[in-house]
Ligand binder design. Structure first.
Ligand SMILES: Cc1cc2nc3c(=O)[nH]c(=O)nc-3n(C[C@H](O)[C@H](O)[C@H](O)COP(=O)(O)OP(=O)(O)OC[C@H]3O[C@@H](n4cnc5c(N)ncnc54)[C@H](O)[C@@H]3O)c2cc1C
Length: 576
């Protein structure tokens, strides 16, 4: 019987046993998303208990790319330098290579410099950072642990829970001692991964495709991958054979740890029986010393949950969206969930969040999840659509011609969207949203590869440098911020007084006209998560109504149309 079935079976009514603990938020799952939520809540002074059934170690890392937006959150939490300095070599070439094997025939490469000399985007004070989960998760964990509001409990599994209306009760078992405890919380947030037992127990279905293809990761140690061919060194080498794409080799730590990913494994694939050494040798295309350290089979999926919450229970991360890793959006999308939900939970617990504020979590985040999940599949489909040339590895003229042709195909700009996707990373917006005041202006197109900063309500408030090392986005986070570009020419007293009446934290920053062209209006109200709630030349007549809407106290009943998750057919990628 699967673990999910067991959880569902024990979810029947019954007295919860053992010692009782009380907290504001019970977080289930200590992957990167659960840890990020514990930090976001702790940063806002909210107490949480996080439980994870495992020991917190990451033997086989999946994620290795931290997006610029996640880095902006890390900057807010005070750990972006630590992520940057975690160990990725600053001089490692940010290069993608397409070849028959790591040392085989190469037909195309993208060079993007190194971490130190790459072109810096003007749209963010941060940038994409390679930082494998083996470094990133422990960094989050240590930071979370240091917060006096946070308790992290490993080897502790949520067995069952009850939503009692006024609070949630979770029964957890300490897997080392076998003892049960009950945790009472105002809210519970499940960050329990793609096979979410909580989602299952809540009866929330998913849309999309649960099996695009079967995949396997082989982890190996090797110091000589590029011995004698240093010019081939890459962060990732896509492997293309006579039947098309069959996998990729990526550097995990920029040194001796590697991951070989193989796609489209057969239905009866058995990790125990699999000749991992042979696969690595084929992928390297050379007889060098290496040691296989692990094999991880996983399913490529394209799923979004129909609901992101039920009652006092919320879901974040892979628990509500499972996507293909192409583009590196999985964890990063989950951390955005945690940030969107974090300030709303804090506002509700601190008494100033309105009755409809928490509903806006799903209304804002589900459309973004569908967008990112679909883009991830699209990118993978693109790379999978590379044609098959029988003679691709041949040494004769035909082979040469086939490789030249492959290079020409890969020159198409669209293939860059896997790693040039600032539009996806920074351009996600909550539009429409019941807690943002809509505008009649025409929204900028939602592009994948490029991003145009805008302060249109629902968008991430734009970045500009205020002084050396200080971005305008460093002003945002704790409460609402009213940017006043006109400086004292406009009176904002009515809004300050409305916020005070409703106990909404609001700071007015008289910023002067220097960045008004970027924000376009004289007044801009920015939410605690750094998204624009409202903007205008002057305050609306009813400032109290504005405050009530942005704190979710008005039932907006707006229709949010979420596109159907694209139900892609299983990808037809053939193996060698
Ligand atoms: C090959 C690969 C490469 C990837 N690369 C990237 C990348 O570069 N960038 C990116 O953003 N994403 C990437 N991803 C996706 C990323 O790994 C996931 O999106 C991310 O790990 C999800 O985090 P999570 O915290 O939601 O879930 P998980 O990491 O799955 O964590 C869930 C946690 O919940 C715990 N748990 C489950 N049930 C219970 C229970 N009942 N009680 C207590 N604890 C429980 C589990 O032990 C686990 O620790 C990649 C994925 C793959 C497969």
């Amino acid at each position: 019987m699967s673990e999910i079935d067991q959880l569902a079976l024990t979810s029947c009514e019954g007295e919860l046993r053992g010692q009782r603990h009380r907290t504001q938020v019970l977080i289930v799952g200590g992957g990167p998303v659960g840890l990020a939520l514990s930090i976001e809540l702790g940063w806002r002074g909210i107490h949480s208990i996080l439980v994870d059934r495992r020991d917190g170690l990451i033997p086989l890392p999946k994620m290795n790319g931290v997006s610029a937006r996640t880095m902006e959150f890390c900057r807010r939490w005070g750990i972006s330098d630590a992520v940057r300095d975690a160990g990725w070599p600053q001089d490692y070439p940010v290069r993608m290579v397409y070849a028959t094997s790591v040392r085989g025939h190469e037909f195309f490469r993208y060079d993007r410099g190194t971490a130190t000399n790459r072109q810096q985007s003007n749209n963010t004070p941060e940038h994409f950072q390679r930082c494998p989960q083996t470094w990133f998760d422990p960094l989050l964990r240590e930071h979370s642990k240091r917060m006096s509001t946070n308790t992290l409990r490993y080897h502790t599994k949520l067995e069952r829970f009850k939503d009692l209306g006024a609070q949630v009760e979770g029964e957890v078992i300490d897997l080392l001692s076998g003892t049960y405890q009950t945790i009472e919380a105002d809210f519970m947030v499940a960050c329990d991964g793609g096979k979410s037992g909580v989602r299952s127990q809540l009866g929330i279905a998913t849309d999309g495709n649960a099996l695009l293809s079967r995949e396997v990761n082989v982890y190996f140690e090797c110091s000589d991958v590029y011995a004698g061919c240093e010019e081939r060194r890459a962060v990732m080498t896509w492997l293309v054979g006579r039947s098309g794409v069959w996998g990729a080799v990526s550097s995990i730590d920029g040194r001796a740890l590697w991951r070989l990913w193989l796609t489209n494994m057969p239905e009866d694939f058995d990790a125990e029986d699999f000749d991992a050494r042979r696969a690595v040798r084929d992928a390297l295309g050379a007889d060098v010393e290496f040691k296989v350290t692990g094999v991880l089979a996983w399913d490529r999926q394209q799923l979004v949950a129909r609901k992101f919450s039920k009652g006092r229970v919320f879901l974040c991360g892979d628990a509500v969206h499972s996507l293909t890793p192409t583009g590196g959006f999985g964890m990063n999308t989950g951390i955005q969930d945690a940030v969107d939900l974090g300030w709303k939970l804090a506002a509700s617990l601190n008494g100033w969040g309105g009755a409809y504020l928490l509903e806006s979590y799903e209304q804002e985040r589900r459309p973004v999840a569908v967008r990112n999940v679909d883009e991830a599949t699209h990118t993978f489909s693109l790379i999978s659509s590379l044609p098959a040339f029988e003679c691709l590895s041949d040494e004769d003229q035909q082979g040469l011609d086939a490789r030249r042709k492959m290079g020409e195909i890969l020159r198409n700009e669209q293939f860059k969207r896997e790693f040039q996707n600032e539009g996806i990373v920074l351009g996600y917006r909550y539009d429409p949203s019941p807690i943002c005041i809509p505008e009649s202006s025409v929204p900028a197109p939602d592009f994948v590869m490029s991003y145009h900063q805008t302060a249109r309500p629902g968008s991430r408030a734009p970045h500009a440098w205020l002084s050396e090392g200080r971005s305008i986005i460093d002003l945002f986070g704790r409460g609402f911020v009213l940017l006043d570009f006109a400086q004292s020419k406009t009176t904002v007293d009515a809004l300050v007084s409305a916020a005070k009446t409703r106990k909404v934290p609001l700071e007015v920053v008289h910023i002067g006209p220097s960045h008004q062209d970027l924000y376009e209006t004289r007044l801009v109200l920015v939410r605690p998560d750094g998204h624009v709630a409202w903007r205008g030349e002057s305050l609306p007549g009813d400032a109290m109504k504005l405050i009530d809407q942005v704190r979710g106290a008005i039932d907006q009943q707006i229709a949010i149309s979420v596109p159907e998750v694209y139900n892609a057919p299983p990808l037809k990628v053939s193996i060698r």
